[in-house]
Design a protein around this ligand. Structure first.
Ligand code: PLP
Length: 284
């Protein structure tokens, strides 16, 4: 049975789903997206993803597509039609088809696409082993807080990591780590403080980040939101990343330098546990 996807008002087998070659998402990367994880057939942190999606649209002056008021139902219908228990729902909105022009079309007809991806999230082997990351220059544009589909540089970063025999890359700008190619980056100092870059245009405002920092503070773990250097990271007692599909995952090596005993550290393991428990409880 083929996967059922959603395109502009219709649920269709993926082979039948079509978007115009003139779509500005295709021609200009003029689009935004969200990834919402699914645990036990339920959506994790749905409201957070919806709020960020609305913000991304507003920042780009992109109108809301038809179907926006039924997004939760569309997500649920897709999860149900594909019998998805664990994985994610990918959603993309573009400014839609228009004659190729740098200027936005005057009467845009935005495209709305959603599809599911089955994935093993809870018992991920990567989370059990921990990640090895390399550092690369952050060569992305200056509005990384908007979740756009311009993912070529993060894609190149993941390829650089793969060629170096690592799992992912952390990006560095002016000597400080911004974030991972598809996740937020954290270190835990030798005195047990979590350090992660503060929110600004420099990084994506992770929905998982917001939840994890709240849980950390509730667990009386000290949190500092500030930039940190690569040297600080290499001298840290542990490090980790967060994102919708990796939750909290330990980083065990940075540029070949092992952290701690080379396995995910206690703070990241504890936060992963708390996050998983709370995420499952609050999923809709
Ligand atoms: N930073 C970047 C660059 C990302 O692409 C992502 C997720 O795709 C994140 C951070 C984590 O965001 P979230 O926790 O909302 O998935």
């Amino acid at each position: 049975m083929s996967r059922i996807v959603y395109v502009n008002g219709e649920f269709l087998p993926e082979e039948e789903a079509k978007v115009s070659i003139f779509d500005r998402g295709f021609l200009m990367a003029d689009g935004v997206y969200e990834v919402t994880s699914v645990l036990d057939g339920k959506l994790v942190d749905y409201d957070g993803h919806l709020t960020r999606l609305e913000r991304s649209l507003a920042e780009l002056d992109m109108p809301e597509p038809d179907g926006m008021d039924a997004l939760l139902e569309i997500h649920r219908e897709l999860v149900s039609r594909n019998n998805l228990k664990e994985g994610c729902v990918y959603l993309q909105i573009t400014r839609g088809p228009a004659d190729r022009d740098f200027l936005y079309p005057e009467t845009p007809k935005p495209t709305l696409v959603l599809f599911t991806l089955a994935m093993t999230l809870r018992r991920s082997p990567k989370a059990e082993k921990g990640l090895r990351v390399i550092s690369i220059d952050d060569l992305r544009w200056g509005r990384r807080d908007i979740k756009t589909v311009q993912l070529l540089y993060p894609s190149m970063g993941k390829m650089m990591a793969k060629h170096a025999g690592a799992d992912d890359a952390w990006m560095v700008e002016n000597g400080h780590v911004t974030e991972g190619t598809s996740n937020n980056a954290y270190i835990v100092t030798q005195d047990g403080t979590i350090v992660t870059r503060q929110l600004s245009h420099d990084i994506l405002h992770g929905i998982t980040r917001a939840a994890v920092l709240r849980f950390a503070r509730e667990a009386q773990i000290k949190v500092e939101e500030r930039p940190f250097t690569l040297d600080e990271a290499k001298a840290a007692s542990e490090a980790f990343i967060t994102s919708a599909t990796t939750f909290v995952t330990g980083v065990v090596e940075i540029d070949g330098v092992q952290l701690g005993d080379g396995t995910p550290g206690p703070v990241s393991r504890r936060l992963r546990e708390i996050y998983l428990e709370e995420a499952a409880k609050q999923a809709v």
